[in-house]
Design a protein around this ligand. Structure first.
Ligand code: GRF
Length: 187
């Protein structure tokens, strides 16, 4: 299965996919693409992947930005697009042709806490548990059909930082598992 990974930041989920693909995840990462220069693009290049920055701030409109993303994707024809820390909301026009072939990882137990600052909101609401969700992407932010979740307890003394640090390795495993399942389903 040919993967395109879209990201905006540090790229640890991309790294988890790269590492798993070197072992037994039956995927080829054919493109890493970001909306800004970022550490994730650097690590993609270090891993020898095709890596492209479509700088949103250099585009005159969202439409132009998405057209540029789409032309890179159309040239590569991935089987699956993975949003892994991609910090742009994609339009219905962009998402429609990729329906059921585009997934996102989000650090909350959706439908709780779509959007930003999930760890802060979990603590503010004194939730007993937290987690992450991999879901299909639709035009509505963090609201597409869920594929899988991982859960963990919130512990006394937890901070947004401690929650994020404890959740991240669970996110990596979840994303790799879901991608593996989708790859298996294609056979
Ligand atoms: C992860 O927490 C992911 O759930 C969220 O953005 C973060 C990306 O981290 N969507 P990284 O860039 O993969 O390290």
């Amino acid at each position: 299965m040919r993967l395109a990974v879209l990201l905006s930041g540090r790229g640890s989920n991309l790294q988890a996919l790269i590492d798993a693909a070197r072992v037994d995840l039956p995927v080829e990462i054919v493109l890493a693409m970001s909306d800004r220069p970022c550490a994730g693009i650097d690590l993609a290049r270090t891993a020898g992947l095709k890596a492209v920055i479509v700088d949103r701030s250099a585009c005159s409109s969202k439409d132009q930005f998405e057209s540029a993303l789409n032309s890179h994707l159309a040239a590569i024809e991935p089987d699956l697009i993975v949003l892994a820390g991609f910090m742009r909301v994609l339009s219905a026009k962009f998402v429609a042709p990729w329906a059921n072939r585009i997934i996102n990882i989000h650090p909350s137990l959706l439908p709780k806490y779509p959007g930003l600052d999930t760890h802060v909101r979990v603590l503010a609401n004194q939730d007993a548990e937290h987690g992450a969700t991999v879901h299909y992407v639709t035009a509505e932010l963090d609201a597409g059909p869920p594929l899988a979740q991982v859960r963990m307890p919130v512990l006394p003394g937890d901070t947004p930082q401690s929650l994020a640090a404890r959740l991240l390795p669970l996110e990596h495993r979840l994303l790799v598992d879901v991608v593996g399942q989708l790859a298996a389903n294609r056979r």
